[in-house]
Design a protein around this ligand. Structure first.
Ligand SMILES: NC(=O)c1ccc[n+]([C@@H]2O[C@H](COP(=O)([O-])OP(=O)(O)OC[C@H]3O[C@@H](n4cnc5c(N)ncnc54)[C@H](OP(=O)(O)O)[C@@H]3O)[C@@H](O)[C@H]2O)c1
Length: 335
């Protein structure tokens, strides 16, 4: 019989815009765990834009996923079987074993997580999302009180934390999103100072109104035309944190750089890319502690959209590139 499990596999290589139908959910059975094995039942699963870079004709960054292979990504699960005292039954672990309901792993493939915060925080505000926002705001940009900081993708997972961190440092925070609902949420809940719906007005027009003297710091989540616009709007000696380029991920040439690159020389700009996956475990743990102190006492708030069930994961993933969600998208699994 075995232990029942279900997984989300790539059904075919996506062409152009990704669709839920590019994936399928497959049932199977796991063998009885061996004495060193840990059996984990996933409860919360992360859905992230970077996963798109492993699908279709994408060069570099992620090894391409083949049809029939399981989608990769982080999840928080509960240990159902273990003989290892360091990872006891009933404890929670962070695993990177793909989009599955249950799996068997070795102890070194799992990271125990603390149980004094809601478990799904370990995927969002205390996971890759929060760490990425920290790196861009605290490590790369370090905005000073009164400086103007612009964030693209402000209502997304990383953006909604980055807005709050920048506000805590005393910056004037501006940003973009794609709907009036997201704009009012950013103003009322996340505390942004001014926001532009980039489907309704150009970022150029918005900045001509809201940043007449230019922008000191830019947190770039999206690349593409918004990055090109910002290069022209930065103040001399401005700083840009290159976090991601989601507007380019559905294009074959997502690695392409912006036009108007000469502005970097002309204005003595500092551009710094960063990759949270390159942190050492200790560096990551130190940042998580820093974030946890601020999340627990409410200085920063987790903004999340919870999607119900493994069967809806592919649909949620496709939507990241088309309208998106508010905050971090987390799939809850109940089986
Ligand atoms: N460097 C690192 O270590 C690292 C780690 C994690 C993530 N990232 C990157 O950080 C970025 C944000 O990730 P996330 O987890 O916050 O994802 P997310 O929650 O999906 O947020 C992405 C945001 O970008 C906006 N967006 C989507 N398509 C767009 C387009 N064509 N033009 C302009 N805006 C668009 C979306 O909403 P609106 O359209 O409403 O604005 C959304 O708010 C991504 O580029 C991701 O790859 C980098």
């Amino acid at each position: 019989m075995g232990i029942p499990t279900r997984q989300v596999q790539l059904a075919r290589q996506p062409e152009g815009q990704i669709r839920a139908s590019d994936f399928r959910v497959v049932e199977s059975a796991l063998p009885k765990p061996g004495p060193e094995d840990i059996l984990v039942r996933n409860e919360w699963m992360s859905v992230d834009p970077y996963m798109r870079l492993g699908l279709g004709d994408r060069k570099g960054f992620l090894a391409p996923l083949q049809p029939g292979e399981v989608m990769q990504g982080a999840a928080i699960g509960i240990v159902e079987h273990s003989l290892d005292p360091a990872i006891p039954e009933g404890s929670r672990v962070l695993g990177n074993m793909g989009w599955r309901t249950r799996f068997i792993a070795r102890p070194d493939q799992l990271t125990p997580v603390s149980s004094d915060v809601p478990p799904h925080w370990h995927l969002g505000i205390l996971g890759l999302t929060g760490v990425t926002a920290y790196l861009g705001v605290e490590d790369v940009l370090a905005p000073q009180p009164g400086e103007t900081l612009f964030i693209s993708g402000a209502s997304g997972a990383v953006g909604s934390i980055a807005v709050q961190l920048a506000k805590l440092r005393g910056a004037r925070v501006l940003g973009t999103c794609s709907s009036p609902e997201k704009a009012s949420w950013l103003l009322q809940e996340a505390g942004i100072d001014a926001v532009s719906d980039y489907r309704q007005e150009t970022t150029e027009a918005f900045l001509a109104r809201e940043a007449t003297e230019g922008v000191d710091c830019y947190f770039d989540n999206v690349g593409g035309p918004i990055l090109e616009c910002l290069l022209g709007k930065m103040k001399p000696y401005g700083r840009i944190a290159l976090c991601g380029a989601i507007s380019q991920y559905e294009a074959g040439d997502y690695r392409r750089g912006p036009a108007d690159f000469f502005s970097v020389i002309e204005k003595s700009l500092s551009l710094r890319g960063f990759n949270a996956f390159l942190l050492t475990p200790q560096e990551n743990a130190d940042i998580v502690e820093w974030l946890k102190a601020r999340a627990v006492d409410g200085r920063i708030r987790p903004f999340e959209t919870i999607v119900d069930g493994l069967d809806r994961a592919a649909e949620a993933f496709a939507r990241l590139f088309n309208g998106g969600y508010l905050g971090k998208v987390i799939v809850q699994i109940h089986e």
